[in-house]
Design a protein around this ligand. Sequence first.
Ligand code: SF4
Ligand code: SF4
Length: 218
Amino acid sequence: MVVVKLKPFEEILKALEGFKKVFIFGCELGSGRCKNGGLREAVELGEKLKEKGFEIVGIKSPGGTCILERISFPGRELLKEAEKNSEVIISLACGAGTQLIAENVDIPVLTGVTTLFIGAEREGKYFNEYCIACGDCIISETGGICPIARCPKSLTNGPCGGAIDGKCEVDPSIPCIWYLIADRMEKIGTLRKLKIRAPFKDYSKSVYPRSLILEEEA
Ligand code: SF4
Ligand code: SF4
């Protein structure tokens, strides 16, 4: 999931200077899951903005603001409503969702969040970066653990040698991911594979922007 973090209210207020009528979009997928931009946070933001004298003309939090059909269903009414009734849209969706809104309306669209990472969630409150969408996944060769996202130096050919007692030298609060990779591969009987050669990474596949086009089904 995409993990986002709400911007400080003062920063949102500053961005809204000069506007009065505000439409708020949340997103029930990533932003809602990490409790930093779903319907609840959108409503809370609306209340705080009202106290500051703003007019909140609408609040919507689709289940996937980065999906055009979800924000335009049915027939773009939602976007049209936001565009017609407000002077500005503030979006708590991830960077993709906010850009998708922006390219479909002709009024300013601001973000109320920062998009942090693609992460894994545990117990509804722990979110950890597991993937940076590098474009050439190598985790089949590293025991299903990503050294690119989870090593602060993104080392793909083994540890830097700075770990102390298995802890990362850059951030001692986390384990050195290469220790985890080695332990895991030993446990599942594939460590030999790692000893033969380090995973190759094709950085030519990491050039932005990337896209995916699905073939029509026959
Ligand atoms: S190797 Fe690349 S695509 Fe695979 S999990 Fe890591 S960052 Fe994501
Ligand atoms: S100690 Fe391990 S996780 Fe930390 S930077 Fe070095 S190789 Fe990466």
